[in-house]
Design a protein around this ligand. Structure first.
Ligand code: ADP
Ligand code: CDP
Length: 425
């Protein structure tokens, strides 16, 4: 059943994504006229996101996931971090049509200005006029304390026109996080063609995109694995992948490969700075390039691979789905399935260590130690989501290895598992 306030008339629903916290969902109801209680008896209004006495605004990037929309979202995100918005709190906002709908949500922002300064509103209008005249949502309290959303179309030369004034009504959190519907379109690519077409759209904007496509197109399609075993080692940063893959390589006389492959590493930084859609398409293509390397190498020796498709998918899912682990797509969801056109390994081992041990190893490696508590908390949720996504991967799934013991013990366990699954080497 649709949640309260989100009726079959496909009213827009909105979900506000606080860092690490629950989603706040609301919808809008009716327009103009006197205040009434559209949600029936006493549905609580999502007032919590409007700072009193401050003001609150929203904006969304329309259109399905596409390179121009993703880049527009990124430009807005960067602009909202600066200048007149410095004192505002900017939260992620998703606009979705109905719970359970297959369409990707629109992505946007909720901007809370605790001072309620007119300067913020002027600056937002100016920003949106310069970016394709996106409408601006302005939230205001009515006489009886109810909440209204005014949607303004911004016209050239300072004009604006009221498109709609509607009551804001709380909605239940949908059964699936609204970003889940967008994963297959915007972050987790299940075919070479899907990832390729995103990078192809970038060639006029990102010169490196052409070089990546050239490499991909040189690889034989649908590469087949050779007779030697192919073992992938996965895990969060600092769980010991580099250590384990090196030792396995030495012990088995294997070839060591990694994803993304060395041939695309010069462009990695460029793509890491791009929005999710483009960044994830780049890593997806990296996997197809590695696949052709695996195919070739596995005709001659065992192959051990440091990260592969499971990393690409798990990180993409965990970054796109805000908040708690329970927000992840349910087990057996299509995003956890291996792409049909990508070479499959024989065995995938997932290294896990306790959060404490992982921090010790990161510190041992000399990385930054002090982080703000909220960041740590958000970070810990993120890690949990990556790890849980890894565990939900299927066909092939990941076999978990406790990587907390000594290097020697971990290697023994790993070699034992390889022997068990891949026979004598
Ligand atoms: N089993 C282990 N016990 C203790 N320290 C380890 C173990 N395995 C790796 N380390 C250390 O932890 C750090 C992270 O390991 P590394 O192999 O670089 O992880 P990753 O490649 O997954 O980021 C390194 O300093 C490494 O020497
Ligand atoms: N096959 C891969 C490998 C990395 N990645 C991305 O790269 C990041 C980790 O790469 P890394 O090289 O820092 O990891 P380590 O192996 O150094 O721990 C992850 O955040 C993923 O977003 C990916 O998407 N797909």
């Amino acid at each position: 059943a649709p949640p309260a306030g989100c009726s079959a008339q496909a009213r827009p629903c909105f979900a506000v994504e606080g860092p690490g916290s629950d989603l706040v969902c609301f919808t809008v109801s009716g327009s103009g006229g006197a205040a009434r209680d559209p949600g029936g008896s006493g549905s609580p209004e999502p007032r919590c996101f409007v700072p009193a006495p401050g003001r609150c605004y929203s904006l969304c990037v329309p259109a399905a996931p596409s390179v121009p929309a993703a880049r527009l979202h990124r430009r807005l995100q960067q602009a909202l971090r600066q200048g007149p918005f410095g004192s505002c709190r900017v939260l992620g906002l998703l606009r979705y049509s109905a719970p359970g709908a297959q369409a990707a949500p629109e992505k946007g922002f909720l901007i809370q200005d605790p001072q309620g300064s007119p300067e913020t509103e002027r600056a937002l209008e100016e920003l949106l006029r310069g970016q394709g005249e996106l409408p601006l949502g302005v939230y205001e309290a009515g006489e009886r304390g109810e909440l209204w959303q005014c949607l303004w179309a911004l016209r050239g030369a300072g004009g604006r026109e009221l498109l709609r004034r509607a009551r804001v009504v709380a909605a239940e959190e949908p059964p699936l996080h609204p970003a889940v519907a967008g994963l297959r379109h915007a972050a987790v690519f299940h075919s070479l063609e899907a990832a390729r077409s995103v990078v192809e759209q970038c060639t006029s904007l990102i010169p490196e995109a052409t070089a990546v496509l050239d490499l991909v197109d040189k690889c034989p399609k649908h590469s087949k694995k050779g007779d030697f075993p192919v073992i992938v080692i996965e895990g969060l940063d600092a769980t010991g992948k580099t250590t384990v893959t090196q030792s396995v390589k030495d012990s088995l006389n294997a070839l060591l490969l990694r994803s993304p492959p060395a041939c695309v590493s010069p462009w990695r930084k460029t793509f890491d700075d791009e929005p999710t859609l483009i960044r994830r398409a780049f890593y997806a293509l990296g996997n197809y390039i590695v696949a052709s390397e695996i195919a070739k190498a596995s005709t001659e020796s065992p192959v051990v691979v440091d990260r592969y498709w499971h990393s690409t998918a798990a990180y993409a899912i965990a970054t796109e789905i805000s908040g708690k682990v329970q927000n992840l797509p349910p087990t057996h969801h299509e995003v956890y399935q291996w792409p049909e056109d990508l070479l499959k390994p024989d065995l995938v081992l997932l290294l896990t260590v306790s959060p404490e041990e992982r921090i010790r190893r990161l510190q041992g490696r000399g990385l930054e130690k002090t982080e703000e508590e909220t960041e740590l908390e958000a970070n810990s949720l993120f890690r949990q989501k990556v790890e849980e996504s890894y565990k939900r991967m299927e066909n092939p799934g990941c076999q978990e290895v406790d990587a907390s013991p000594s290097r020697e013990e971990v290697l023994m366990t790993v070699l034992h598992l390889i022997k068990k699954h891949c026979g004598s080497l």
